[in-house]
Design a binder for this molecule. Sequence first.
Ligand SMILES: C[S@@+](CC[C@H](N)C(=O)[O-])C[C@H]1O[C@@H](n2cnc3c(N)ncnc32)[C@H](O)[C@@H]1O
Length: 329
Amino acid sequence: MARRVFCSFSGLKKPLWQRPAMSCDNKGRVCCPPGCPVWQISVRTPAEAEVAMAALLESLFGEPPAVYVDAETQTIALSIYCQELPRPEAEIRFRLRTSLRRIREDGLKMRVAIRKIRRQDWAESWKKHFRPLEFGQALLVKPSWSQCKPRAGQGVVVLDPGLSFGTGQHPTTAFCLEQLVACRQKGQTQSLLDIGTGTGILAIAAAKLGYRPIQAIDLDPAAVRVAKANALQNRVAKRVRILQCDVTRLPIGSETKFDVICANLIYDLLIGQTKRILSRLQPRGTFISAGILKTQFDQVRVAYAAAGLELIVTRKEKEWQSGAFAFAR
Ligand SMILES: C[S@@+](CC[C@H](N)C(=O)[O-])C[C@H]1O[C@@H](n2cnc3c(N)ncnc32)[C@H](O)[C@@H]1O
């Protein structure tokens, strides 16, 4: 799944090639009529070389590249778009190849592509990665441009990709959403604590599924802002309490306990904060954990087993393994 991120690198040298004049929108992006072809010069690189590659492209083309991060593989694609190439294609390839040689000597693999694409593809193609997703009959998660209609009684979450994690397309988020659907109990209202809320997707979905009360926390103030805006857009802002908070600072002795806790976090936080997280779980509650690589899952299972929990559901997808736990009876 691709996350769309634009980076800017300031303080760089004068560009080697001055790009031909072209029309730009008020944010300085290249614009031309839909369907008009534009050049895309892109380099795929491992994350370690992102900064060096971005600096190289900016020094060559005089503007920072658009950066796309593949959240699953952590591969980065840096792209420059222009209506006309500032130099013949062969010369650009030669320059890039020469400059890349030094970085490649460090053993990093990179791929350069120079191609003409239709502006419409460039602006719109990333949208095809974000399709409506159904979680049982109960929940539909869709981007705002989708025309998909919900079934009768289905809760709808509208979420567009942005800088925060969580559109429902990632296996770890999808597992948490499925478990939120599965954990509902007929005739009972369940409470939820969402640790590392990102876009707020799990908390918002829980509100649509009837969970009350709902508390969501994230360390990142930008994620908190995004989650609050998404809760507002989905008309659940009054039902979801979203706070900027580091899980490592959650007070242990709190009286407030939750029926369900979701934590889509990295595994060392899941392991290191076992006590803190479980101090918030009701004795008959469910702990849904994700964000764990298959190779790390057993360590998480062992850490929670030591705290008295047993694994009740687990799922492997791609390199990820997720699990739902409950106190052993
Ligand atoms: C993988 S995203 C999960 C987003 C969303 N809950 C989902 O399932 O798609 C992890 C989130 O945890 C947040 N996070 C990381 N460390 C944290 C910490 N120590 N305390 C609270 N949140 C944290 C990150 O900012 C990020 O938004």
